[in-house]
Design a protein. Structure first.
Length: 119
């Protein structure tokens, strides 16, 4: 695991999540999508950023996140990057799954920090 104390890890995870959400807000500025599609994407981007940061903290590597992001982008490109109600429902489902995964990863990070503090 990366040599981050719990406060630093928390700061990194929070900062990454906020930065990801802010980048997702660029869609609002450029327009072209419905508000529902835009906000769904912003929430997804924030949660994706949180889970990506958690994975980096746990694996001490950026490569799993790079592979995951590339696969996600490839899948969206092949699927046509649609903003249909069905596609937005799929993104919403992905957000729910990612939030649950984030909770699992958060527990692992906390357990690692707690075991490191005991040493």
């Amino acid at each position: 695991m990366l040599a981050l104390d719990p406060a630093s890890a928390s700061l990194v995870l929070t900062g990454t999540t906020m930065l990801s959400a802010a980048l997702g807000l660029i869609v609002l500025l450029t327009g072209g999508e419905s508000p529902a599609a835009t906000w769904t994407q912003v929430v997804f981007t924030a949660v994706f950023g949180l889970v990506a940061a958690q994975l980096v903290v746990l694996t001490d590597s950026l490569w799993p996140v790079i592979a995951w992001h590339a696969l996600w982008d490839f899948t969206n490109t092949v699927g046509g990057n649609l903003s249909t109600p069905e596609a937005l429902t799929g993104i919403g489902a992905a957000v729910v799954v990612l939030i649950m995964y984030s909770l699992v990863l958060g527990r692992r990070i906390s357990a690692g920090a707690a075991s490191g503090a005991r040493r």
